[in-house]
Each structure stands twice: as structure tokens, then as C-alpha cells.
Design a protein around this ligand. Sequence first.
Ligand SMILES: NC(=O)c1ccc[n+]([C@@H]2O[C@H](COP(=O)([O-])OP(=O)(O)OC[C@H]3O[C@@H](n4cnc5c(N)ncnc54)[C@H](O)[C@@H]3O)[C@@H](O)[C@H]2O)c1
Length: 372
Amino acid sequence: MGDPHGVGVVGLGFISRAYLNTLADHPTVRVVAVADLDAARADAAAATIPGAEAVSVERLLHHPDVATVLNLTIPAAHAEISGAAIDAGRNVYVEKPLTVAFPQARSLIDRAAAAGVRVGCAPDTVLGTGTQTARAAIDGGLIGRPFSASAVMVTPGHERWHPNPDFYYVPGGGPLMDMGPYYISALVHLLGPVRAVIGAASRLRDSRVIGSGPRLGQRIPVEVPTHVSGVLEHADGALSTLTTTFDGVATTAAPIEVQGEKGTLAVPDPNTFDGEVRHLALDGPGWQVLEPRAGYVAASRGVGLIDLVHADELRAPRASGAVALHVLDIMTALLRSAEEGRRVELTTAVDRPAAVPLTPAEDWLSASASEH
Ligand SMILES: NC(=O)c1ccc[n+]([C@@H]2O[C@H](COP(=O)([O-])OP(=O)(O)OC[C@H]3O[C@@H](n4cnc5c(N)ncnc54)[C@H](O)[C@@H]3O)[C@@H](O)[C@H]2O)c1
């Protein structure tokens, strides 16, 4: 085994802890540097990671031991930090969405290809046993030809628990850009790429009230639609319907359901790695829970970065920039369709990412993960 792959983390906010927990003890990666606009956050994080130093963003991007930059900043900063990392010759793994606007994302992917560096992007939840077991069932013919899926995400809004929720309500935020990547990435894994979309959007309130932390009670403006619905036409003809809302309370709908001519699959929340996949066969005995049969077992945020580190010429990263670009194309096209009142054809096409074979935790958590 060679030296561990050096990772520099930019953005030490809410979600960084989940990544650091996964990466901290992994034998093939080592977090060598951390940086945040808020230096105190970087200092606090560095204090918890043996061997990591808190540095400026500029220093991190050119740190001799940083091979991959993990960009966990807010969406509005994704393009700038990822672009600077690519220009510094580093691989990038970025939280979702890839960028706020599609042209920036297109440019990132093109620059990375020219520079010969890899781009990965959240979500990696869809590489867990939940979505992957459903995909294996579909690919194995369990429900016959899939022709339709529904994806439903209902929440009253993240300002109820996030202490700094402003980014959820400015361009790049909203329920579609924030939560859509989980559902749409899962739909691409399950049913393949999308060729066109039809969208509709609305906004229930013009402001929101922060529900926790030092800014409790502060009112923040809402600049984006907070309820977005759409139809996705997959390249092979299947149709998915999507609902994402920050305006509702809850739903009893399955997060994702896939309909085939011989059966239906209820797929667990794509914002989690595992969960039960349920199957109802035409003329069958009723709903049955499928045993996990594919995916990274007991995975957690960061597994997509490990998957990227181990990718090679034979196997592209599964939580890839190319998939994220396609997902962003879908999301921005849905919002444009809603604005313009017309069907929008996509400008990107992507291969379905490679399926993840059933990979026990001790395998993807070990240095031999490259075999998977
Ligand atoms: N909060 C969640 O539950 C959650 C879950 C999954 C994904 N995400 C995604 O993770 C990303 C970060 O979310 P979060 O909740 O951790 O946000 P956060 O606001 O808690 O943290 C973001 C951090 O990035 C830093 N930052 C912002 N711009 C920067 C810049 N230009 N240079 C250096 N540092 C900068 C901020 O100072 C802050 O510490 C977002 O893309 C979000 O969509 C969040």
C-alpha cells in the first residue's frame, strides 16, 4: 500500500463532521489540511484531526500533500473553490449542488478534463445498499420493464434546525437544488439519464424565521421557489414525476417508487445510505422486503470520495462530476421550464454510473477498496 491520499477540506460547517468521521480512520486517505473563511472553525476542526493543519484556502489549494480538495462550502462558493482547486491541479469532491448555475458547472467539468483531474460530487448516499439494491432488482428483471417512477420530498424547511439557513433560500437553494440531487441522482441510477423535463414551481411565503442557534427568531428573505414539481423523460422512455417542497409538513408517500409491468419497488430515502427496499409482484403474495444485494454496506458521507480515489481508467468515479452536471442540467431545466411554461430538452447526456456490487463495510473501509 502506498502513502495515504492527501485530502484538504474547505468549509468546516454543519456537514463537515459527517465526512471527517468517515475519513478520519480510513487507511487510504489522510486529511492533511483544513480551511474556512471562519478561521476559528478551521482551528477547531484541525484540533480534532491528528496531523491536520488549519491553513488559508489559498495555502490549502497549493499544499504539497493535498491531492484532492473536499469542498464543503455553501453552494454559492462551490464554483469558485472547485475551480481554483482544479486550476491548482487538484482533484475535487464537492457537496451538492455541483454549482449554483449550469454554465459554471459545464466550465468546471471541461477544465478538469483538460487538466486531467477528477471531479466527484455528492450525493454518495445513492451508492449505499438502499438505492443500489433497488437498482440491482430492476437490472435483474424483477419488476419487468420499468416505465415510471415517482419521487416525493416534503419538509417544512431547514430553517427550523439549521443555525445559518440563508443559503437554502437564495439562488442555488430551494427544495429542488437542495434536495433534488438525492432524488434525481437516484432516478438516474435506477432508470438512467434524462432527455427532457417539464416543471412547475410556486412559493408559499416571502420570508422564513430561523428556529435555532444564535440567530433564533431572525427573519430571512426567500428569493427562490419553495415548491417545485416536474416530469422527467428518461432517455429510454420511462417517465418520472418529482415533487420537492419546503412548504409542506410531511408525507406518507414512499420517497421513491418504481413501477414496472410485473411489479412495484418502494425505494428508501435517497438521503440515507440504506433502508428497506420493498417489492410487490403482480399476483404475488404482498409486499416483501428484499435482502440487501448491492451497494456499500453501512456507508456514510465520504464513501463517494473514497470511491473516487480508487477509480481508475477502467471504472469512473460513481458519484461523479459528470452525473452531477447532468443532475444540475435537469434541475436548472425544471426551473426554466416552470418559468417559461414549456418542455425543456437537456444539453447533457451521461452514462448510467457503474453499479456498486455488495461491498461489506470492512472492505470499503479498508485499503483494498480499489478492487470494488
Ligand atoms: N447541513 C446539512 O445537513 C447538509 C447535508 C448534506 C449536504 N449539505 C451540503 O453541504 C454544503 C455545506 O452545508 P453546511 O450545512 O455544512 O453549511 P454551513 O453553512 O454549516 O457550512 C459552510 C461552511 O463553509 C464556509 N465557507 C463558505 N464560503 C467559503 C469560502 N469561499 N471559502 C472558505 N470557506 C467558506 C463557511 O464559513 C462555513 O463554515 C452545502 O452545499 C449543503 O448543500 C448540507
